[in-house]
Design a protein around this ligand. Structure first.
Ligand SMILES: Cc1cc2nc3c(=O)[nH]c(=O)nc-3n(C[C@H](O)[C@H](O)[C@H](O)COP(=O)(O)OP(=O)(O)OC[C@H]3O[C@@H](n4cnc5c(N)ncnc54)[C@H](O)[C@@H]3O)c2cc1C
Length: 416
């Protein structure tokens, strides 16, 4: 077994991990970044479409352009990276001692580290989680699989395509297939409103005349060896299919773009507390989990529609790691719990110190216009909020000081 000793160990080299490792190295911490695949970059590597970096670099870039700029910056900061290295387990011994066991091509590598920044991204939801009947035949792909086949290996997975899910991933895949000459027959969305950003609905569906069925679900996939058709039905208020409305769409390919779930198996194994709303870890404002010195960022913390926020969270976690190492642990604070109130599905982070400004990320439960986002004495006007668009807002600490409750609620309130 090979042994190493570092201050910061970053798990996963997507945008969150790369930004975290860069920041940690810039802060003077000895940092190693470990990536499972044979290449650094995570999801943006396979994204040839624009829409990346609008906030972070103030430029509209493709996923590949964005990630290569982050990688260049990381190399200049002197981060050590190891690819083809799968983080298998994390062991917690004490405040400043954790072991991370990594399977590499040259054997098992044991990294002894003071802090871990966990940025292993999210996994795609699959057919078994969607209540779709029928055989598991050829022609069914998750969006990530279809994107990898098309944009990394240059192969078109099918010609007549139905996409399940109108989140950004589904919308972008609809456009990718259309641009490659496939016939995108429909995007099927179970909710009564689209799941993706407004700009993606216009640029990916309207511009290509791709039909969007809102309030509908795919109930069955039909075919013997390969997909031949799907059955689609309207759903009722409880999202149950109304059988009398069922109809068929012929197709040879079904792409499942039904959402992502934070990939936190390794953290759950060591007992990190999980928020059932985000399905990611519960964290304080340093993005430190319930286990001291273990931080989480990016899609492993909360599924981000924008890469900018994933990278920003990586940097917040790196700042947290620096403070943690300096103090032999984040100093015990009088933590205040932040709770999602009216029309909010979740808020991250879950605990704040009220001693410094904090960035909150939240999502609404249902679309709403002309509202305030309100927390203690802080109110921000919001013209339009949609579940697909993550709210990101910086709260000045002095605006939440006066409310001396141990739990304060963030809520969406209509204009008076
Ligand atoms: C199809 C699609 C289109 C998108 N389009 C846009 C867009 O237009 N604009 C935008 O701003 N954002 C977009 N996004 C969102 C953006 O890509 C994500 O928010 C971002 O990639 C999340 O970064 P991450 O680092 O958290 O995760 P990821 O990018 O998923 O990276 C996680 C990394 O961790 C590695 N890993 C996992 N487990 C282990 C392990 N055990 N050991 C070692 N390594 C491991 C993985 O291999 C991966 O490289 C899109 C996402 C998708 C899926």
């Amino acid at each position: 077994m090979i042994e190493r000793k570092v201050s910061v160990m970053v798990v996963g080299a997507g945008p969150a991990g790369i930004a975290a490792a860069t920041k940690a190295a810039q802060l003077g911490l000895e940092t190693v970044l470990v990536e499972n695949r044979d290449i650094l970059g995570g999801i943006p590597l396979q994204c040839v479409h624009p829409g990346f970096g609008l906030h972070y670099f103030k430029e509209d870039m493709t996923g590949c352009e964005f990630i290569h700029r982050l990688i260049d910056r990381m190399h200049r900061a002197g981060v050590e990276t190891i690819v083809n290295a799968y983080v298998h387990s994390i062991e917690f011994y004490s405040q400043l001692e954790k072991n991370v066991n990594v399977v590499t091509q040259s054997g098992i590598l044991r990294i002894n580290t003071k802090t871990v920044i966990y940025t292993a991204g999210a996994r795609e939801r699959h057919l078994f989680e969607l209540n779709v009947h029928g055989d598991r035949i050829d022609g069914i792909y998750t969006a990530g699989e279809a994107q990898t086949i098309m944009d990394l290996y240059g192969v078109l997975p099918g010609k007549d395509v139905v996409i399940i899910g109108s989140g950004d991933v589904g919308l972008i895949m609809a456009r990718r297939f259309a641009l490659e000459g496939a016939n995108v027959k429909a995007v099927i969305e179970i909710m009564p409103y689209p799941g993706g950003l407004l700009r993606n609905i216009v640029q990916c569906l309207k511009d290509f005349n791709i039909p969007l069925y809102l309030g509908h679900a795919v109930t069955e996939i039909i075919g013997s060896k390969r997909v031949e058709a799907v059955k689609v039905a309207k759903v009722d208020e409880d999202q149950r299919p109304i059988r009398s409305t069922e109809f068929e769409i012929t197709c040879d390919t079904v792409v499942i773009a039904a959402g992502l779930v934070p990939n936190i198996d390794l953290l759950e194994k060591i007992g990190v507390a999980v928020d059932p709303r985000t399905k990611g870890p519960i964290v304080n404002e340093y993005l430190e989990t319930s286990i001291p010195g273990i931080f989480a960022a990016g899609n492993a913390l909360v599924v981000n529609d924008l890469v900018d926020y994933a990278a920003e969270q990586g940097e917040i976690a790196a700042d947290g790691a620096k403070i943690y190492i300096e103090n032999c642990g984040i100093p015990t604070r009088n933590w205040t719990r932040i709770k999602p109130g009216r029309n909010l599905r979740f808020v991250v982070p879950h605990y704040v110190s009220r001693e410094r400004d904090v960035v909150l990320y939240a999502r609404v439960q249902k679309p709403e216009r002309n509202v305030y986002l309100s927390i203690a004495n802080f109110k921000a006007k919001m013209l339009s909020l949609r579940p697909a668009e993550m709210i990101r807002i910086k709260i000045p600490f002095n605006r939440i000081l006066e409310d001396n409750h141990r739990v304060i609620s963030v809520e969406v309130v209509p204009y008076e």
